[in-house]
Design a protein around this ligand. Structure first.
Ligand code: HEC
Ligand code: HEC
Ligand code: HEC
Ligand code: HEC
Ligand code: HEC
Length: 358
């Protein structure tokens, strides 16, 4: 394990009690903010040493937004229904993820925990682990610095802000997860109308962040039914990934023949499976066409449906059909154990769509 930092603050008291029904922060201001970063003459925000498990005295870490901790400090813990969305659970075990990630306590994005033991298990986010020594550049793109949670080098918030809190200032208090996110930004840093504070991304958020999801309880990812690979598919969840992994999404080398029929150069994404013939293997997606939380698809309309091929554009392949955004137990942050299949711990998530391949 080489977590570069974990929070030393005892937030547990409010983490469990914070009312997050609408997934909007509420509660005592003092639980999350500190006015002067000073209490009884001591600083409130301090550095924690993971080796000695003690506070490094004399090292203040004043946070922007008068916050008493940072992104990782608040988003670290073990998920339970209604808790703050935790994306780093340092007490995770293989059972926390299970075989496919639908069991246990892991949310839709996965858990950064596994990246600490295996740099190939997901994004090596600054503040959690050291940088990826193998992937020094984002494959399919040219970003060559370590990823942060938010801002210019991160996934969440305004992609033009170089401060992480600054990049989403105004979002936590305004968020309402019960409505369709249009991706329209009222101000550059107000992410409340963007899916999971991802600038410009559309979608519908499961209010439980996909803790133990099912075909009728899941996020509605937004996808675009494209017919040329140069289409940037603005607002789609895969277009977010394309910001750093562009060639895998909208580069010239995706569809050999203009994105219309078979023979692909890279796996299609933002491509609707109903474009394939009705006698193809995709017609029996997941056996009975029910939405699979193991190999999910995106949709181009704001409806939520349990069954595919009910509406136009509801069977769109996306990056998250195969990957977790944060980290998983497996190499390349895959949703299931691709390498190990057909052994016991393995799983053939490809076959959810490629129903004639096993
Ligand atoms: C559960 C944690 C939490 C609690 C409780 C909380 N805040 Fe915040 N607040 C945040 C976070 C995180 C940010 C910074 C990120 C953002 O704005 O999305 C923030 C930002 C702010 C901002 C600047 C952005 C904006 O929305 O205007 C103000 C002002 C603010 N809080 C005031 C308050 C007050 C007043 C209270 C008590 C009534 C309070 N907060 C309670 C977490 C909290
Ligand atoms: C802000 C830039 C950025 C964005 C946005 C981004 N990535 Fe990455 N990604 C990187 C970088 C840099 C690396 C290589 C270093 C690392 O693993 O952190 C990487 C690595 C990866 C890896 C390989 C992990 C490994 O170690 O094997 C996968 C898979 C991946 N990204 C998928 C995605 C997906 C899916 C999305 C969208 C949900 C996405 N990325 C969005 C920058 C980004
Ligand atoms: C003081 C505690 C605190 C800090 C600091 C904090 N968050 Fe949060 N965050 C919360 C709470 C509580 C929620 C659940 C309520 C909500 O959705 O606003 C949340 C929700 C979120 C969500 C889910 C929003 C959704 O669509 O449901 C994202 C994404 C997020 N935070 C990212 C961040 C990032 C990135 C940072 C650092 C820039 C950060 N948070 C800093 C407490 C915090
Ligand atoms: C969410 C559904 C989905 C998942 C999951 C999925 N695929 Fe695909 N795959 C497709 C679709 C749709 C096409 C394009 C079909 C077409 O052009 O008719 C495709 C195309 C392909 C092709 C290219 C075929 C050609 O005609 O050029 C290969 C190879 C492939 N997939 C392998 C895989 C593997 C291996 C996995 C698992 C790691 C996987 N797929 C997971 C839906 C999926
Ligand atoms: C059909 C499943 C599937 C889809 C869809 C998919 N990937 Fe992958 N991806 C894989 C698999 C499997 C690997 C592991 C390497 C391999 O077998 O090709 C991988 C590897 C990667 C890697 C690591 C490459 C390396 O050099 O090690 C990155 C980065 C990545 N994918 C990003 C993306 C992004 C971004 C998207 C969407 C634009 C995407 N993937 C869509 C299945 C998929």
């Amino acid at each position: 394990m080489y977590f570069s930092r974990i929070s030393g603050l005892s937030f547990v008291f409010w983490l469990m009690s914070a009312a997050v029904g609408l997934a909007r922060v509420s509660g005592l201001c003092v639980d999350c903010h500190t006015m002067h970063n000073s209490q009884n003459g001591e600083s409130v925000v301090f550095k924690y040493d993971t080796i000695t498990k003690g506070i490094v005295s004399g090292v203040d870490e004043v946070n922007p937004g008068l916050l008493n901790t940072d992104c990782v400090g608040c988003h670290q813990g073990t998920n339970s229904p209604g808790s703050v969305p935790f994306v780093l659970d340092i007490n995770a075990t293989d059972g926390t993820y299970g075989t496919t990630g639908t069991e246990g306590t892991t949310l839709a994005g996965g858990n950064f925990f596994w990246v600490a033991g295996n740099e190939r298990a997901g994004h090596n986010v600054a503040g959690i682990v050291g940088s990826d020594l193998t992937l020094t550049t984002a494959p399919g793109g040219d970003m060559a610095v370590q990823v942060t949670c938010a801002g210019i080098n991160g996934c969440h918030g305004d992609t033009g802000s170089d401060g992480q809190v600054q990049s989403l200032l105004g979002s936590h208090h305004k968020n309402d997860s019960s409505v369709w996110k249009t991706g329209v930004l009222a101000t550059p840093t107000d992410m409340s109308a963007s899916y999971r504070f991802l600038a410009g991304v559309k979608g519908m958020e499961d209010t439980g962040y996909e803790l133990n999801p099912s075909k009728s309880k899941h996020n509605r990812y937004y996808g675009v039914d494209r017919n040329i690979s140069g289409d940037a598919a603005t607002g789609s969840i895969s277009s977010l990934c394309a910001r750093c992994h562009g060639d895998f999404h909208s580069g010239a080398g995706v569809g050999a023949d203009g994105f219309t029929t078979s023979v692909w150069l890279r796996h299609p994404v933002d491509y609707d499976m109903s474009r394939a013939s009705s006698s193809s293997e995709y017609a029996t997606y997941n056996g009975d066409n029910s939405y699979s939380v193991i190999s999910p698809v995106a949709g181009s309309a704001d409806g939520m449906d349990d069954t595919l091929y009910n509406q136009t554009g509801d069977a769109i392949v996306m990056c998250l059909s195969c990957h977790r955004a944060h980290g998983s137990r497996f190499d390349s942050s895959l949703r299931w154990n691709y390498k190990k299949w057909p052994a016991l711990d393995g799983y053939n998530g490809c076959a959810v769509c490629h129903t004639s391949k096993n």
